[in-house]
Design a binder for this molecule. Sequence first.
Ligand code: SF4
Ligand code: SF4
Ligand code: SF4
Length: 398
Amino acid sequence: MKLDDARVKKLVQENALTLCIECGKCSASCPRMLTGKEYSPRILAHKLIAEPDSETYIENSVWECLTCGLCEERCPSGVDISKFILEMRTLLAGTKGLKGYRSHDGALHSWMRLMTAPELKQDRLDWVGPELKVARSGPVAFFSGCAPYFDVFFAQIGVDTLAAARAGIRLLNFLDVTPVLLENERCCGHDLLWTGDRENFEALCHLNYQEFRAAGVEEIVVACPECYQVLGGLMPEIVPEMDIRVTLLSDLILREVSKGGVSFRPLERRVTFQDPCRLGRTPGGVENPRTLLRRIPGLELREMKNSGRGAVCCGNNAFINCDAYSKRIQIERLKEAKAARADLLVTACPKCMIHLTCAMRDPYRHGSLSIEIRDLAAILAEHIQWSKDDGAAEHAPR
Ligand code: SF4
Ligand code: SF4
Ligand code: SF4
């Protein structure tokens, strides 16, 4: 791909790379670079503008970025590195084929692509026990995403990704909502999009819209921030007729809790919160989960050194290029949790749970980084209750 290609030039312009003043703040905050990887967003920006013969460097860099957005928090020029990376990956994949080393031999991307088959029939709801009330059709749906598949795939490292899905339904049931749970829901396509496979990503968007529309859904509640970014932010661009509201579960719970009548049973734990990248960059994404956690009596919230909008990612994005540098990021993150003297790490993204648990289970660490990792929804669902004064029978259904 020639750098003087009009499409590359357009992306450089649109994402403000021409405004780069080469201050280096991006590189100074980039977790990939800080762990020693030969990758620098500042050099990438420089080469894109000033060294048109650097094709190889640029093409390799495009697949190295974690797309965490941390550099954008510090860039004084408003350079949108992660959006540039996303669009370059689509461009490169379309012209040179998909690149980037696929973790787990690409098995996860394969099942995501399998879901683009229009005639696909899935058997994905065997985890829904009789204690959970779900429906086949109705106005509100819960999006369980890839949780049922992750749960099987990562069973050997003991990550319970379905706990968040069960908790999401339990929280909705608590609010007198019986959500639609689709037997044939598809992956949201986040990882296909971020690995350059826009064609299959768009196919998933259309299929999901058709499935939800056929079930009469007017609002989709999602627990995972990546699904939220796709369904709420990107899907309307792909599916112009998209008329279904998308709500983040933690925002919904905070809104309902703020009305009064709801409280939480105590939890005597020292908790630190791992900000998922896709959540931390949304309005309220840093504060809302913490506001909910602070409402739990006895829970002591302890911040890691890098937290909130300055939080460091879990070391991997879209299941590509997981390497020794990813592990180093994860180890540092777990060390930060330990340094915060937390005994429970809460997050709101199944992938943070997966990647951090994977690093923690390294037998050569001899358990030194062990910490319980749980999903925010699971903690909330276990402790939410109607306040005694209001009485369960008198609460107003949502
Ligand atoms: S922080 Fe922004 S302006 Fe500074 S080097 Fe990085 S991209 Fe350029
Ligand atoms: S998005 Fe994250 S990984 Fe990519 S350049 Fe910025 S800080 Fe580095
Ligand atoms: S850190 Fe994540 S992507 Fe890497 S091997 Fe572990 S589970 Fe796979």
